[in-house]
Design a protein around this ligand. Structure first.
Ligand SMILES: NC(=O)c1ccc[n+]([C@@H]2O[C@H](COP(=O)([O-])OP(=O)(O)OC[C@H]3O[C@@H](n4cnc5c(N)ncnc54)[C@H](O)[C@@H]3O)[C@@H](O)[C@H]2O)c1
Ligand SMILES: [Fe+2]
Length: 400
């Protein structure tokens, strides 16, 4: 795609986005704040809600006690617990059938990005009766208020509790794509760090690197606002301080709470300033091979930043200064390289590999096509990739 056209598109979108109805969720936060949610939902006048989650969260024992608390508050909860990682259109349709069958009036999303996005998919279908998920793909296709939506993130993470996006997978075509509309920003976000203390270390690591990728891709992009810059910087700072601590010391509630904050802030940042090529490529790997989203991002991030070269020296040097990786006398190039090296080091310390298993050469041309289609013209990346450059990134991350 013509690069000038991409830049013109991004510039117009940036101007339009200034008047778009972004909102921030009401936040309920702090250890055990989940207990406050049933009464909060009752305040909205609801009697029956759909709760969307996944089998892991049920087996870890998070769901049943919460459902009981809702019932004690006279709130009926219908549970859909079959969401898979990289949630599918089938998941959304099954959950929507429950929503309709029980005449639900609102939605609770309880889990990582997968249940949250599945729940947002249901909300989109409720807002647009008669439409299918593929028809709502892309930007601003919903434009109708969704039912009351309460997001309870249990990873830190995707930031979906703060974002315009629902990322879904078509399991027949292996396409993974986003629905993006400000109406998909949840009404209430419950940030309870106690829900993340049992996250396995590797999931802590990879989901934390997803949050870092959001913050970095938003920061180096060309569509920042004062608020997104501030949010990205805060998120990067927290992640450098607290992710490794949460990884090595899972029950450190303060580190967990900080990571939830970072995830939320990074989600807030990219919802206006967008992600970039790391995400476009990661989505294809999720769609084709179910590579966990955070893992794909963590592995890709340093390679893509290397590729951007001098276009990101200044912005990455600022981030390197922010997290005290550098000294004043160093050049921006040296500082940017130090920042990328620190990302590689974080990955290594948390046992995240440098390459991804399972990528098949014959799939790469189709993945390149899809990733380019996702990234261009929408994502205001520092350097627009062409097909051969993107091909090179797939080769770089592919394990032998
Ligand atoms: N909507 C957005 O803005 C946005 C942003 C980034 C990513 N995403 C999407 O989110 C999805 C990934 O979400 P994710 O990385 O949070 O992972 P996930 O929701 O797929 O969860 C991964 C695994 O962790 C388990 N898990 C979750 N919370 C747990 C807890 N507290 N304790 C123990 N186990 C727990 C789950 O059961 C699951 O097996 C991808 O589809 C990705 O594309 C969406
Ligand atoms: Fe992400």
């Amino acid at each position: 795609m013509n690069k000038l056209y991409c830049r013109a598109f991004q510039k117009s979108f940036y101007l339009v986005s200034k008047v778009m109805p972004y909102r921030q969720p009401e936040r309920i936060e702090g250890a055990n704040c989940l207990d406050l949610l049933p009464a909060r939902i009752k305040k909205d006048g609801l009697e029956t809600v759909l709760l969307v989650t996944d089998p892991g969260l049920v087996s870890f024992g998070y769901i049943q006690p919460f459902v009981e608390k809702c019932e004690a508050a006279d709130l009926r909860v219908v549970v859909y617990d079959q969401t898979v990682p990289n949630p599918t259109i089938t998941n959304i349709e099954e959950a929507k059938a429950l929503y309709d069958g029980h005449q639900c009036q609102g939605i609770i999303a309880f889990g990582g990005g997968s249940p949250m996005d599945c729940a947002k998919g249901v909300a989109a279908l409720v807002a647009k009766p008669g439409k299918t998920i593929p028809q709502l793909k892309g930007v601003m296709k919903i434009r109708k208020e969704m039912p009351p939506f309460y997001a309870i993130p249990t990873t830190a993470g995707t930031g979906s509790e703060a974002t315009v996006a629902a990322v879904v997978t078509n399991s027949e075509t292996h396409e993974k794509y986003a629905l993006m509309d400000p109406v998909l920003i949840p009404h209430v976000a419950v940030l309870d760090p106690m829900l993340t203390v049992k996250l396995p270390p590797f999931v802590t690591a990879t989901t934390g690197m997803d949050a870092l990728t959001h913050a970095v891709e938003a920061y180096i992009g060309k569509s920042n606002t004062k608020e997104t810059i501030e949010a990205s910087r805060k998120a990067v700072k927290i992640i450098f301080n607290d992710l490794y601590e949460a990884y090595t010391n899972p029950t450190n509630v303060e580190a967990r709470a900080n990571m939830q904050e970072a995830s939320y802030l990074a989600g807030f940042a990219f919802t206006r300033a967008f992600v970039g090529n790391v995400h476009a490529i990661a989505h294809t790997l999720g769609g084709f091979y179910q590579v966990p989203h955070g893992l794909a991002n963590a592995v890709l991030l340093p390679y893509v930043l290397d590729f951007y070269g001098e276009t990101v020296y200044e912005s990455l040097a600022e981030l390197a200064d922010l997290v005290h990786l550098t000294e004043g006398s160093q050049s921006n190039k040296q500082k940017a390289e130090a920042f990328i090296a620190a990302i590689r080091q974080m990955n290594e310390q948390m046992a995240i590999p440098t390459k991804l298993e399972g990528i098949v050469n014959r799939d790469i041309p189709e993945m390149v096509k899809r990733a380019l289609k996702e990234a261009n013209p929408l994502y205001p990346v520092p350097k627009i990739m062409n097909a051969s450059e993107m091909h090179y990134i797939y080769q770089m991350v592919k394990a032998d």
